[in-house]
Design a protein around this ligand. Structure first.
Ligand code: SAH
Length: 394
């Protein structure tokens, strides 16, 4: 999206960042996005309602209850594949309004022993959304706790019967969470790579810039820059690339002896060049430098990078990615929707429209992908590798 100077808004954060840049120099894309989302005074996550019709964007669980219900059944099947352990950590990263979890818990109440096993842990740094989650989940049979790191879980959880807390198996869910994690961008320049930065133009407005080239071209390249040549061998002058890091896998999936994670997000299955940083405010796209702190900033997820991190660094196994439509289809979305429609004839039209939106071939159904990450000794995950559905009645 091009930068329309007339649309530029002097938000409180824009003023703060401009004086910071004037004083200490330009900031990298990751630093800029981090400030836009998390500035303690003006960050988007501090100040905005974000999700839902009254917020800036709508997510799958807010579109149809069937989404969270199927995720719940997915988790219950994985728990059974793990041997129905007596205790299970169910961790959700970025639960938004808590809707997916509420639907998941409702759909699984008939699965014998599942709820009794659950320890619910929510990871949420949006203060307002944490309060919404508390409300949404107030009447669920299992009480959640809010945590900031895996260590918090280990500190809360006593050893049981000789088993250490990290031995309790974990299921990790993340819908539209990974796209929120700020990443760096680099630009192909003169056969090398320069980090993209946010600086001030000659009028004192926020503008894209590049870090200066190394003074000594023969000096050894920093490791992350050297890796770019291998990741983007066909890059041309001016191409923008996003070599994403996925430390959340090490933080949330790798620590447990047995873990399975389901990640759903928009993005691409192969690593390729392209600027995917986007800003959404009031359900419309705008240039990412337009309204610092008042628009949601995200990047598309490179699922190949997620898989590389899981396989190489975290020594886990990967199932998928598949499209959201393939994943929900494999879990029986059509059957579930028709049963729900039969039980609620008055809402049949809305149910059908919601599911159609999740499955749309040129929309969410294909733009969104699902990937599974699991400990190597666990079975392949349902809907992602080998289909397993229809095990539980609604
Ligand atoms: N999963 C929800 C919400 C998606 S929006 C849904 O599908 O509706 C992204 C969510 O992740 C929000 O709840 C946001 O506040 C949270 N979030 C983003 N980055 C985070 C971080 N680094 N730590 C904790 N929560 C984060």
């Amino acid at each position: 999206m091009s930068y329309d100077p007339a649309a530029r808004r002097d938000t409180p954060l824009a003023l703060k960042l401009k004086s910071r840049i004037a004083a200490t120099g330009s900031m990298s894309v990751r630093e800029y996005v981090h400030a836009c989302l998390r500035d303690p005074e003006h960050g988007y996550y501090r100040t905005r309602p974000a999700i839902g019709e009254g917020g800036d964007f709508v997510t799958a669980p807010e579109i149809s209850q069937v989404f969270g219900e199927l995720i719940g059944l997915w988790a219950a099947i994985v728990w059974q594949q793990m041997g129905s352990p007596p205790r299970l950590k169910l961790i959700e990263l970025g639960p938004g309004r808590g809707t997916m979890l509420a639907d998941a818990l409702r759909a699984t109440r008939t699965v014998p022993g599942f709820h009794a096993s659950l320890q619910l842990h929510l990871v949420e740094d949006h203060v307002g959304l944490r309060a919404v989650q508390q409300q949404t989940l107030a009447n669920t049979p299992v009480r959640p706790t809010w945590i900031a790191s895996a260590d918090d879980i280990l500190a809360q959880e006593p050893a049981a019967g000789g088993a250490e807390p990290w031995e309790t198996p974990a299921i990790v869910l993340a819908n539209e969470f990974v796209d929120c994690l700020p990443q760096e961008q680099y630009v192909r320049h003169d056969g090398g790579w320069l980090r993209r930065r946010v600086a001030l133009d000659s009028y004192g407005h926020l503008a894209w810039d590049l870090e200066p080239p190394l003074e000594d071209p023969a000096a050894p390249k920093p490791r992350e820059v050297a890796a770019l040549d291998a990741l983007f061998p066909a890059a041309r002058e001016g191409d923008i690339v996003e070599p994403a890091e996925h430390a959340w896998i090490d933080d949330w999936v790798a620590p447990w002896r047995s873990a399975a994670a389901l990640v759903i997000d928009y993005g691409h299955v192969a690593t390729s060049a392209g600027d995917t940083l986007q800003a959404v405010r009031g359900h419309a796209y705008e240039h990412p430098l337009t309204s610092p702190g008042e628009a949601d900033l995200t990047m598309h997820v490179d699922f190949a990078a997620v898989a590389r991190q899981a396989l190489t660094f975290a020594k886990l196994q990967v199932d998928g990615p598949v499209t959201q439509a393939e994943f929900l289809g494999a879990l029986g979305v059509a059957e579930r929707a028709s049963r729900l429609m039969a039980a609620n004839p008055g809402k049949a039209g809305a149910i059908e429209a919601g599911v159609a939106r999740l499955m749309a071939p040129n929309g969410m159904g294909t733009r969104f992908k699902a990937i599974g990450i699991r400990s190597r000794h666990l079975h392949p995950l349902p809907g992602l590798a080998g289909v397993d559905n229809g095990r539980f009645p609604p």
